[in-house]
Design a protein around this ligand. Structure first.
Ligand SMILES: [Fe+2]
Length: 457
């Protein structure tokens, strides 16, 4: 666990970040609900301080409330099913001045209490704030241009176009979760255990807008971040509308990611496969990060708020995993096919019992990695994030996996059926997804003991 001084510094940095993001909303936009299934923005302005106050001062140290109404009003967020919108109106919420007055008092009291507060609770407050920095960023993404005030934007790096290929990942053991005495973790991270992963292949890069555009042109669903004008696709970035950057990763919900991999006759990685590709090595040992065991100082990926938007999938080759897979951390969360469930021995935190447990419903799926607005402290190997499978707002993309024993099992159903599936369509879809210049069916992939379209091994 970090020292008190380090935690004070981290809390101060997280507060500066969330203050900055809230300052980008116009005063009117604070009372909008840019994402129908989320609260109005003003809720989050009060929620971060209410969380710190409730967790640290009230529930851990037993301090008396100084504003019981706001402690309760700003206590918890919501996650209804897509389309189930709350019914409140702007007039139901307090003024910005009232919320800021509450926030200022909370910060003063929390700062005085940090020394006697339990370290895991302080760390929880810090990481909770960093998580909301990210969710507030993607809420800001969905505010109309009139409702936000763009900051100075960094230049996107110029990078070579990707040559798409699949990389063989040899079989091996992966470690999921953490033991509980390695430092802070959220309740769903504990219960460290190992899983055996059989050999598979994974796309070197995240699926790009350019690849996904070809799927859309074949009849696939459009990314929620795209808009078509005069027969040309444009991308809605955080603050602008730009011609579709073909080499940036596409952001979609799990439903669209599933449709794409099905079209290509491929699969999404499981959580364990993601771990093997990201943290595993051909020799068998595991790393803390894809690039090694040292935390990043910024050159290893697009995370920690250096950019608001994605960068090309070939940026940051220094962050490649031991197998040579790129950008497994940063530049967009990656959907897995693993539903969000607890590990054995799951025990919720006493002061925050609902953090994970209310999402173990088979409608939420694990995403791994991180986005441009994921803080460095959330990049640890055991960190697990999750979204509803149809959630179209998050900065999440995907990559494809070839499971050698399961090719073509699904090739006659789902979206393929609606896309006039034929062997030729599947073949060309795979070439787009895998980037093979020749015929994929003749591709000499190492480790294949049989042709991979066979359902038997
Ligand atoms: Fe929260």
């Amino acid at each position: 666990m970090p020292s008190l001084l380090e935690m004070r510094k981290e809390l101060s940095a997280a507060r500066a970040c969330t203050d900055h993001i809230f300052s980008l909303f116009t005063p009117e936009a604070l009372y909008e609900r840019p994402i129908p299934e989320r609260h109005r923005v003003i809720f989050y302005v009060g929620h971060l301080e209410a969380f710190d106050w409730n967790q640290i001062c009230r529930w851990s140290l037993g301090h008396s409330s100084f504003h019981r109404t706001f402690d309760s009003l700003f206590e918890a967020g919501i996650d209804p099913e897509v389309g189930s919108c709350p019914k409140d109106t702007p007039a139901d919420w307090p003024s910005p001045e009232e919320v800021q007055e509450y926030n200022a008092q909370v910060r003063e009291k929390v700062d005085l209490a940090l020394e006697e507060a339990p370290d895991p609770i302080v760390q929880m407050a810090i990481e909770h704030r960093w998580m909301h920095a990210e969710t507030t960023a993607y809420i800001l993404h969905h505010v109309s241009s009139a409702g936000k005030q763009p900051p100075t934007l960094p230049q996107s790096p110029v990078c070579p176009s990707p040559k798409h290929s699949m990389i063989d990942i040899s079989s091996g053991k992966v470690t999921l979760g953490q033991k509980g005495h390695d430092g802070f973790g959220w309740d769903n991270e504990f219960g460290e255990h190992q899983e055996e992963v059989t050999d598979f292949a994974i796309s070197q890069y995240k699926v790009t807008n350019g690849q996904y555009r070809q799927f859309v042109e074949a009849g696939g669903p459009v990314s929620p971040f795209w808009v078509k004008r005069n027969h040309h696709w444009f991308l809605l970035t955080m603050f602008q509308e730009i011609p579709l950057p073909e080499d940036w990763p596409v952001y979609v919900s799990l439903k669209e990611a599933r449709a794409y991999v099905e079209w290509a006759g491929l699969s999404l990685p499981t959580e364990a496969q993601y771990h093997r590709a990201a943290y595993g090595t051909p020799a068998g040992e595991e790393r803390a990060y894809p690039w090694g065991n040292e935390a990043s100082h910024g050159i290893h990926g697009n995370f920690n708020f250096h950019h608001w938007d994605p960068v090309p999938v070939t940026a940051h080759p220094q962050g490649d995993s031991a197998f040579g897979v790129s950008q497994l951390v940063g530049n967009g969360w990656e959907w897995t096919s693993t539903p969000f469930h607890p590990f054995d021995g799951f025990k919720p935190y006493a002061t925050y019992p609902e953090y994970s447990s209310r999402f173990f419903d088979d409608d939420h799926f694990i995403v791994k990695g991180g986005s441009p607005t994921t803080a460095s402290c959330l990049l640890r190997r055991s960190f697990r994030n999750w979204f509803r499978q149809g959630y179209p707002y998050a900065h999440a993309g995907f990559r494809c996996v070839k499971n050698f024993s399961r090719m073509f099992k699904k090739a006659s159903s789902g979206v393929l059926g609606s896309l006039s599936c034929s062997r030729t369509v599947v073949r060309s879809a795979r070439q787009i997804a895998c980037g093979l210049a020749g015929d994929l069916f003749e591709h000499p992939v190492r480790n294949f003991v049989r042709p991979f379209w066979s359902s038997e091994r």
